[in-house]
Design a protein around this ligand. Structure first.
Ligand code: OOG
Ligand code: MG
Length: 262
């Protein structure tokens, strides 16, 4: 760790206030170029602790920057992991208020729900599929607190990986029977298809993202408990949205999920 406790607490407060007040900030590595990976996750964890202290609950986990499309769009090369708080969850067909966000973008994702704990090291696609209860389509709404979405990996990890809202819906699918690599997705904005992809865009198989998360937690002596919802990461580039936009994700064999912005 390169940062002291007070600096971590101060950066967590700053980033969380930016989230809660919908205002942006320069990336934190500009002022703290020496911060390391442990500092980045410590700041994210301090944000989580602030939310828990206020009575929020964690309702899921997420992997991000798991597809080449996303890594290229953001100029980074490694997946990152974050948490989903209860108030991030928007009902299927629901409305997201843009006034609560800075510059939202949407991403088509495959969500996993576990039925058994997953503990690394050594998790792989096989262990993840064996521990998966079902998969379902998800739209993640990301909203980096960093000005113009310009960040590096440590800054984005500290900012809980741009998490802000998510919607799951459609039909649930049996991950043992589906081929998640060839599962196609179409993201529509106001009725027009704007992004397309297949599950293999995420690390060759979206379950790999879940295995990486389990292995990361395992290195810290933690596990993914049974019954956890996990977003496996955007399959395509993220698409900017604003007031008046309607977004639908159609996922092959898994129906569709929609959200509106006002
Ligand atoms: C970071 C979050 C990325 C994903 O699915 O790739 C993410 C960002 O691009 O702002 O959630
Ligand atoms: Mg995402």
């Amino acid at each position: 760790m390169a940062l002291d406790k007070n600096t971590i607490a101060r950066l967590a407060e700053h980033l969380e206030n930016c989230e809660l007040e919908a205002r942006d900030t320069p990336k934190i590595t500009d002022a703290h170029p020496d911060m390391d990976w442990d500092d980045a996750y410590a700041i994210q964890d301090a944000i989580l602790q602030r939310k828990l202290a206020r009575g929020a609950r964690v309702v899921g986990l997420k992997a991000g920057l798991t597809s080449h499309a996303k890594m290229k769009q953001m100029g980074v090369d490694t997946p990152v992991f974050g948490f989903l708080a209860d108030y991030f969850s928007v009902p299927e067909g629901g409305v997201v208020k843009c006034s609560e966000l800075i510059h939202p973008k949407v991403e088509p994702e495959i969500a996993f729900v576990t039925k058994a704990p997953l503990k690394g090291p050594g998790c792989h696609v096989g262990t993840v599929l064996a521990a998966t209860d079902f998969v379902l389509p998800a739209i993640e709404i990301i909203d980096s607190r960093y000005r113009d979405f310009k960040f590096d990996l440590k800054s984005v990890i500290a900012d809980n990986c741009s998490s802000s809202r998510f919607v799951v819906g459609g039909a649930i699918g049996d991950a043992r029977k589906l081929d998640l690599r060839t599962l196609g997705v179409v993201l529509e904005k106001n009725g027009e298809p704007v992004a397309f992809g297949a599950g293999a865009a995420v690390l060759g198989h979206p379950a790999t993202a879940i295995a990486m998360l389990a292995n990361r937690l395992g290195a810290r002596g933690e596990e993914i408990p049974a019954g956890t919802l996990i977003l496996s990461g955007g399959i395509t580039e993220a698409v900017a949205v604003g007031p008046g936009d309607a977004i639908t994700l159609r996922a092959q064999g898994l129906g569709s999920v929609s959200v509106r912005f006002e």
